[in-house]
Design a protein around this ligand. Structure first.
Ligand SMILES: Cc1cc2nc3c(=O)[nH]c(=O)nc-3n(C[C@H](O)[C@H](O)[C@H](O)COP(=O)(O)OP(=O)(O)OC[C@H]3O[C@@H](n4cnc5c(N)ncnc54)[C@H](O)[C@@H]3O)c2cc1C
Length: 405
């Protein structure tokens, strides 16, 4: 992939791989079993700068390009998708809405702390009645005493427990449909102050928590079990007007822009899982013997792995091309949807096939492909389901063919 990667990219990936092999591999199975957030590793990733890879240096980040960030997510996902989504949700969903749409004061206040990994962030769009149709938001923001009062519930929010800073959507003008939705920053304490404190994260004293914001019950999920997913409740939450992000009525469009880049992140994460599964199956089938020879020596096994390797290469081109367009400031919504659709469906297929290639061992939790299969499924759901990606792509096709008329 020399078209996209330079020596700096490769060196960064090597650093992430070293960390993953030393610190993630030994604990990934246990974290998954216990559905435990990896505080020690999150702190270590913060110290390596992995919680602020594409954020400008002057705002506490590493100032690296978008591709380095995607390669980080991809490499972590080869070893454990929960670590990868922690970096991805914190960066794309938690930090960039404030970076891209916030005021200078908001950026100064929140972005350096997020980028350095002192606190974790997230993004609250999904609601009980507003999933794929995110414009169906019921969370209401009403003007009061120069500020806002927010009421509503956000569901399936990554980091709603462990995180402290969230950009959320709320309806400020019900008459305007999706143009009546506005973004706000809300803050809350971590649900896990002891572990956060133990590793020296969280509870930044002067953060100033928003009254009325709290985390709900933790989800018991099929995959991404070491990632924290919960409800985020807004009960008469009092939000100052200087915590409004962007203009009133721009919240939906700004979240859609955030999701475009988030989708490239999920494509990279899916790629990582698929690569991890194929690597495991390649090694297993070259070790395991049946009928007097290595399983890999049976041609149907070779063909399966060859097909998956080819599709992984295709997914890389889609993903890195979308990232390249984004980096150049060119439109990339269509390419991001294509990359996410193709890579997430490939990741599901690859993990199912690799479990099959590894037989009973692949189905057992002694091998990471069992976890990878469970981790793969949500890649087809989060940040827009496969059906929503197809709708986005089809909309672009019509626009390109017939214009906006
Ligand atoms: C682990 C996890 C983490 C998440 N993290 C976050 C987060 O941090 N922040 C956040 O805001 N959200 C988050 N989400 C929510 C996620 O983005 C939504 O689950 C997703 O957008 C789908 O919405 P839904 O679950 O309500 O499904 P629904 O919208 O109810 O969809 C159900 C099914 O119907 C299909 N469908 C819906 N409409 C159509 C249509 N028009 N045509 C064809 N098919 C259709 C869907 O494709 C899907 O297959 C997370 C979800 C999970 C599982």
């Amino acid at each position: 992939m020399d078209l996209y990667l330079n020596d700096d990219h490769r060196a960064f990936v090597k650093k992430v791989r070293g960390f993953a092999e030393d610190a993630i591999v030994p604990v990934a199975r246990e974290l998954d079993h216990e559905s435990r957030f990896p505080w020690d590793n999150v702190k270590a990733m913060a110290e390596m700068g992995l919680l602020g890879v594409p954020i400008p240096r002057e705002l506490g980040g590493q100032g690296l390009d978008g591709l380095t960030y995607l390669l980080t997510v991809q490499e972590l996902a080869k070893y454990d998708a929960s670590h990868a989504i922690t970096v991805s949700a914190h960066t794309t969903l938690g930090t960039t809405p404030i970076l891209n749409f916030g005021t200078e004061a908001q950026k100064e206040r929140f972005v350096p702390r997020l980028a350095r990994g002192e606190i974790l962030g997230g993004f609250g769009l999904t609601e009980p009645g507003a999933g794929s149709d995110a414009s169906g938001s019921r969370t209401r923001a009403v003007r009061e005493n120069g500020g806002w009062r927010l009421n509503g519930s956000k569901i399936f929010i990554t980091h709603a427990g462990v995180g402290e800073v969230f950009t959320v959507t709320a309806v400020t003008d019900p008459e305007q449909g999706s143009k009546g939705i506005t973004n706000f920053i809300v803050t809350k304490p971590s649900t896990d102050p002891d572990d956060a404190g133990r590793v020296g994260m969280g509870s930044v004293e002067d953060l100033g928590y928003t009254p009325g914001v709290k985390a709900g019950k933790k989800e018991d999920k099929m995959g991404w079990r070491a990632s924290d997913t919960r409800e985020l409740l807004l009960e008469d939450a009092e939000v100052a007007d200087d915590h409004r992000v962007g203009e009133e009525g721009r919240g939906f469009i700004n979240f859609m822009k955030t999701l475009d880049s988030g989708r490239i992140g999920i494509a990279a994460l899916s790629l990582g899982i698929a690569e991890g599964a194929v690597d495991a199956a390649l090694h297993w089938t070259n070790r395991r013997k049946q009928f007097g020879k290595k399983i890999f020596d049976f041609q149907p096994v070779q063909f399966r792995l060859a097909d998956l390797a080819t599709e992984i290469e295709a997914a890389k081109h889609l993903t890195y091309h979308a990232a390249w367009l984004m980096e150049k400031g060119r439109p990339f919504s269509r390419e991001a949807a294509m990359a996410k659709l193709f890579a997430s469906e490939l990741c599901m297929k690859a993990t199912i096939e690799c479990v099959q290639l590894m037989g009973g061992a692949g189905y057992s939790d002694q091998q990471p492909v069992e976890r990878m299969l469970r981790d793969a499924k949500v890649c087809e759901i989060g940040e827009g389901t496969s059906e929503i990606q197809r709708m986005v792509i089809a909309r672009h096709l019509v626009r390109e063919a017939f214009g906006n008329a």
